[in-house]
Design a protein around this ligand. Structure first.
Ligand code: IMP
Ligand code: MG
Length: 193
């Protein structure tokens, strides 16, 4: 039997999603190329994949399965760091609220995030993982906004470089919404058609 409340979904807020900036197919193709670049770089060495929560979970899930098709059998862990409150402006501070549990001493790490903006999040996490004894930390982000950089940070692997626009979908959120979209899009400003 279907419960009564099943037919009354919670109302969604006004839809501010624009046209895809990167389609599902473009993301899939680029992810496969990235997996190839990463597999070539690691050259058979074992890796620990660490995904930055929450935004990187969708990209990491796709990337690890493509890496496995190329022979990699990575251990997977997560770290939760946040530099944003609710909204589109960074607070400038990065707090690690959930740490990795796999011992990293002597291990080669592939650190995965959804997007690099100021660079503070990944710079801080990379230093943190090196302090925990990782032998090396290479960083992979699906998206990069190089014009927004505030600290000296260069990722080893980048899916797409984008201009200074706030984007959502494929794991990226605005105030915890839109992570479910299978593509990347920018948000329309309030009142735009
Ligand atoms: P950074 O520390 O300034 O490089 O910020 C990186 C984090 O900010 C990412 O992991 C995202 O969670 C968030 N972020 C930055 N730009 C965007 C965006 O355009 N859309 C959604 N989240 C973003
Ligand atoms: Mg994030």
């Amino acid at each position: 039997m279907i419960p009564d409340n099943f037919s009354t979904p919670t109302p969604e807020p006004a839809d501010r999603v624009g046209r895809p900036m990167f389609s599902e197919l473009q993301i899939q193709r680029r992810t496969s190329q990235l997996a190839r670049e990463i597999a070539d770089d690691f050259d058979g060495r074992e890796m620990v994949v660490i995904a930055v929560l929450k935004g990187a979970f969708v990209f990491a899930a796709d990337l690890i399965r493509r890496l496995n098709k190329l022979g990699a059998k990575p251990m997977i862990d997560f770290i939760h760091a946040a530099s944003y409150g609710s909204g589109t402006v960074s607070s400038g501070k990065v707090a690690i609220s959930h740490d990795v549990t796999i011992p990293l001493v002597g291990r080669d790490v592939l650190l995965i995030d959804d997007i690099i903006d100021s660079g503070r999040t990944l710079a801080k996490i990379r230093d943190h993982l090196l302090e925990k004894g990782a032998a090396s930390v290479k960083c992979c982000a699906l998206l990069d906004k190089p014009s927004r950089r505030e600290v000296n940070f260069t990722p080893e692997f980048v899916g797409f470089r984008i201009p200074d626009r706030f984007v959502v979908g494929y794991g990226l959120d605005y105030d915890e919404r839109y992570r479910y979209l299978p593509y990347i899009t920018d948000l329309k400003a309030e009142g735009d058609p």
